[in-house]
Design a protein around this ligand. Structure first.
Ligand code: DX5
Ligand code: ZN
Length: 217
């Protein structure tokens, strides 16, 4: 079953609880939360306080995407705040094996994120330890950017590695995802589709989620 993960980065932050309830009712599978520190990426967004505040609002898994330097330092805090999946960028982790295992040891699912211009060879040594592999399909930092199609080739290769090795981690995409680009990603082997503006900028969230779901099934 393909999964849809609305990114709250495009939600109305003055009404965040209601926005999350709205997409949950509209059929979301995960709630994607973009944490940015103004160092690893040029934008500053959400911290653990917001994760903690939205935790009681939904039973859906909170898919926390850390776009921060020194993610190791914050794993325990995000777990305590209620994260179910914590994903870290390969570019931000000099001791990636340690970081991925620290996330798992903290009792949540571990995801690895890879930027559009980062070699997928970085994934190989850690591939068996992942619960999720997130391909950025834009350069991280902002919602509403345009999908970068060259990532599709990288996804296809990793999807092949996954079947050859008989692994079950989920492949997720994030950035510029709408019904049309989601279909291209689904054909390349993607399971989880993050969408911010294509869901939250639409008045009818049920219809927005449905059109992505129909495109990928
Ligand atoms: C980008 C974030 C995304 C962002 C996606 O750095 O990681 O999750 O919210 O937004 P859209 O779907 O509008 O490209
Ligand atoms: Zn994200």
């Amino acid at each position: 079953m393909k999964k849809i993960a609305p990114s709250i980065l495009s939600a109305d932050f003055a009404r965040l609880g209601d926005e999350i309830k709205d997409v949950a009712l509209a059929g979301a599978d995960y709630i994607h939360i973009d944490v940015m520190d103004g160092h690893f990426v040029p934008n500053i967004t959400i911290g653990p306080l917001i994760v903690e505040a939205v935790r009681p609002v939904t039973t859906l898994p909170l898919d926390v995407h850390l776009m921060i330097e020194n993610p190791d330092q914050y794993i325990a805090t995000f777990v305590k705040a209620g994260a179910d999946i914590i994903s870290v960028h390969v570019e931000a982790c000099p001791h990636l094996h340690r970081t991925i295992h620290a996330i798992k040891a903290a009792g949540v699912k571990a995801g690895l994120v890879i930027n559009p211009a980062t070699s997928i060879e970085h994934v190989r040594p850690i591939i068996k330890d992942l619960d999720l592999l997130l391909f950025m399909t834009v350069n991280p930092g902002f919602g509403g950017q345009q999908f970068i199609p060259t990532v599709l080739e990288q996804i296809k290769i990793v999807n092949r590695w996954r079947s050859e090795l008989n692994l079950e981690f989920e492949i997720e995409v994030d950035g510029g995802i709408n019904a049309e680009t989601a279909k291209l990603c689904a054909d390349a082997g993607v399971d989880v589709f993050v969408a911010g503006s294509a869901i939250f900028n639409q008045p009818d969230r049920r219809q927005a989620i449905l059109s992505i779901r129909q495109a990928v099934q």
